[in-house]
Design a protein around this ligand. Sequence first.
Ligand SMILES: *Cc1c(COP(=O)(O)O)cnc(C)c1O
Length: 430
Amino acid sequence: MIGMFLPEVYEERDGILYIDGASTVKLAEEFDTPLYVISENRIRENFRRLKEALTRNYGKVRIYYSAKANTNLSILSILRSEGAYIDAVSPGEVYIALKAGFPPGKILFTGTSVRDDELKFLVDSNVTVNVDSLSELRRLLRISKPKTISVRVNPEVGAGHHAHVITAGRNSKFGIYEDMVIEAYRTSKYSGVERFGIHMHIGSGILNIEPFIHASERLLDIAGRIHRELSIDFDFVDFGGGLGVPYKPEEEPLNIDLYAGKLTDLFKRKLEEHDLGEPALCIEPGRYIVCDACILLTRVNTVKVTPYRKFVGVDAGFNTLARPVMYGAYHHILVANRMNAEVEERYDVAGPICESGDLLAKDRPLPRICEGDLLAILNAGAYGYSMSSQYNSRPRCAEVLVKDGRYFPVRSRETFEDLLRGQNLPPWLK
Ligand SMILES: *Cc1c(COP(=O)(O)O)cnc(C)c1O
């Protein structure tokens, strides 16, 4: 009914959009808008599909969920129960992952521009650090003698849906180049480090497998060189995240079996070629796990027709979902309370933020919209809530988790008081 584009947890019943068995109209009435709605079943499906595709061909697989995509505690708990590991990029994410019950041994920290006190916190928390520079490594070794060290390699191949999210290649601030990688492992080994990992993360939103496989091959050749020159064995090889998700109805989803097949084939071939033993094969998906498991519900306040354009004014803006403004990203939009209405207009869908750029969609074909309609913005689970802000002094919105028609508010809407939290007037202004 809704089309191939939408996963099965989305259904249309009597013209209303349902997610994981719950009516979006009812959820919006009960919890108000804007509202992020998360499907537990879809998160589990995404995780299992990926895990099964990889383990079919290689036994030792670890999936590190990249927490920055969405750090909701319930999502982390769901993934913990599925056996996930965690990719954390800040001490705050490590803190949240520990609170969600992940043991420190299942958390890998990959930072950039990391402070000494942050390194201290990571060491004290017993999480594994994946270093991004020789400076970080030297400072880490000065602070403690970690048992395990991993190094983020820049394989000189990048990819991604937008320049901001390409995280390898010649102009990237991330990772360590091959010659310096050797030095990083040599320094670690002579400082008494005993266990090693090797890592790359080349970018985000990749729908074409080739650059990813090409970079993976480079990483494995570099691992081989380190093994030969320094007699280092690897506990794990981590290929990072970046698996893309279609945002537009005409985009093809990534063929996950093809991806897993190519990656594991290459992996096994290179392990043999370089005599690398049997390290764990790790990946770090963020977007792929949560993106299509969540929608943003927003209410239409205003329909405004000017001589030049037609605007639909909604209650979510780039304070709620930053991706359209930040990356020019496309998010598909459905009229959740009138799913069967025919497309007959073109609208700019605008938020309440006082900037002309505050558009969630531009020139978008949609049914004729009425004030009070409920819009569902799809694929909002990754880099949605986690990038939201209080800009324009708008309290952040709520999140609700749904499973088989049951639902629970997993994050409350902020209040005006939250806008003042932590602010203090100096005595001379009182
Ligand atoms: C952001 C990030 C990821 C996840 O990227 P996705 O595109 O969401 O899969 C993985 N690893 C590292 C180091 C990252 O910074």
